[in-house]
Design a protein around this ligand. Sequence first.
Ligand SMILES: *Cc1c(COP(=O)(O)O)cnc(C)c1O
Length: 800
Amino acid sequence: MFKSKEEFIQEFELRIAEMYGRSIEQSHHTEKYMALGEMVREYASLNWKASKEKVAKEEDKQMFYFSMEFLIGRLLTNNLMNLGIYNIVKEGLDELGIDINELEDLESDAGLGNGGLGRLAACFLDSLASLRLPGNGNCIRYQYGLFRQKIDRDGNQVEVPDQWLKLGNVWEVRKPKHAVDIKFGGHVNVSQDAQGHFVFDHVDAEHITAVPYDMPIVGRGTNETNTLRLWSAEASDIIPSNKDFRKYLAEVQEICLNVYPDDSTPEGKILRLKQQYFFVCAGLNAIVRAHLRVYPNLDNLADKVAIQLNDTHPVLAIPELMRILMDEHHYEWMDAWNIVVKVMAYTNHTILQEALEKWPVDYVRQLLPRIYMIIEEINSRFQSKVGREYPGDNDMAYRVAIIRDNQVHMANLAVIGSHSINGVAQIHSEIIKKDLFKDFVKIYPERFNNKTNGITQRRWLYYSNPQLTKLIEDTIGNKFLDNFDHIEDLMKHVDDVKLQQDFLNVKQERKEILAKVILDKTGIEVNPNTIFDVQAKRLHAYKRQLLNALHIIYQYQRLKSDPSYTIEPRTYIFAAKAAPAYVFAKKVIKLINKLSSVINNDPAVNDKLKVVFIPNYSVSIAEVLMNAADVSEQISTAGKEASGTGNMKFMMNGAITLGTLDGANVEIDELVGRENDVIFGLTVDEVTAIKPTYQAREYYEKDMRIKNAIDSLIDGTWIDNKEEFRIIYDELLYRNDEYLLLADFDAYVKAQEKIEEKYRNRSEWAKSCLINIAKSNYFSSDRTIKQYAEDIWHIHSVKI
Ligand SMILES: *Cc1c(COP(=O)(O)O)cnc(C)c1O
């Protein structure tokens, strides 16, 4: 493999000739991209086989991260950087007259997820490999990623299919020999064999073949290479006899067609259930097979395999592993159950009622008859246990039931079948113990723990913000690059006036880069000398983009009506996708776009106030957006955001958090101190206290700022059709403002004023930003993964 620029050039020329029969000059740049990608994948694969053999030979324990989503983004830059060959390749390409950035831009984002939960999984893979920990991903090879968002001329979100595989995926390797047979439907015949054991015969099922595509996951500065395994559904050799073949094929293809564009309510229920069982069953069967290639039986499975269930989407792994152990390997119930509970660990990501997965009993029974029998048995054994330990407490027995009211409650199954249950930020872990899982805490107190989320500093700082990385390196040396805890060395320099100015210059450069992207994507010209105030995250009522919008309306109205009112010029930047069926969220996107067109085109204010909506929020957009922000908007209703990870990306790049005491904001605040962020609004306890008597209309009636802002929604200020934003108006006034925007409005206005005041003192501002950067090591996913590895998985670094 190439070790120098010259060797790279030679190999690259040869590769293009082999693949396309052309010279470099004759080749199209997609061909150059493909050739380069294949070379890099092969480079990464050198250590891949060695890593797998090493893990097998040393009989190391491995972890498998089961997640329905991996929001990976692009891999070319990341892999070149992690492999330490970026500069060789860049210089080689330069010499050939090729701009590496142009090739980087040809890669499609692997958008196999919705948002935070999927991005967490991707950050975890990067940390696992970089820490040389044997940990692999297991997911679905979706034909289409999360939809691409366009904004039409009227400001509406339009969803376009995300054809990320159009050029193929250069990182994957198809592994047909590891295919797994999956059964759906049919029914189960129960009989007894000669020894009197029950035999469960699953007959008349429809068969589907799951074929794995493996992607190498390379860490930084190590040759440990892990695997992300994506499963694809294909027609089985066992063709259903009672169904038209084309119908069968269409149904098979549908399984991996796309990511569910809704991270809060399970829609298209049967298909989603099918997807869940599909990748869980395939992943588990492959793990068991691999185990049996090394060990004689599954007795020691829990010593060699840990499985982390990312939310409830993969929780069918619990009954499926029971099925494999009992039906295929003849374990008794209790022996099988002990193994399953030791293998499985569950991460909870939400307490929003509507986001807790429940499946109608009929669906599970029809689609997965044997799995349903096992769930019933788990439920009935657990009910007996609760009956014994809490005799007479029928309410508790009801609350902890897996099957109740004709539905299968996946979170309860997850808790009962896992030895570890974690929340994703301190406050969230406390809330699930006090609230959602309070009954289970009595039964299994030792199972509950916290693992505050993190992000990989490699993607989110080193590679996406080389300017800031260089400044840090020039200030404290390069030790932080391999051990991010050294970023705290920056604390010694935060009062250095020269460093403060250098930081502001880097921020300015990033803002100019973002301004170009904004011009290119929206046609809007923004001024990089204004405050860049950014709210980028999925659009959801609890995240309260609408509160941000109401504040903008207030500032606009006051600028127009009160000549004495002055503000620090500001650019409000939004990026957010809404679930296609989420009507309210889509209206908020439209409102933001209307604010943008009215305000940006009003010469009375547009040198002080601008509003931008960047379409198609994705990992690649986030990579240019987070690091250009001055202000990070993290304004969810307290108690609703489990952790947030966007907040961490902003902080690590030197933005000031403007936030409520929710999710990981609480820990950011503890680390940086109240002088270095701006915290406002109701706390979790205050939310709980105010809720029962809350009257949104009282705030509307007594606060003219609120009244004027809300009235503008239906008086034609923003759009001719006065009914357009009626549902937003009604949500606040007639549905009593579920997320307490009006209760927090005054505090939010004051917090925004505090931001301005802080921003005016440039030196103090820069110092605060530097303190945020210096304290961001806590939010590295390296820290998070070390804690999972030590406390839950019991896996260790491998050396090759
Ligand atoms: C980090 C990230 C998220 C999560 O953002 P939150 O503010 O934590 O909700 C969502 N989408 C993308 C593309 C991200 O990079």
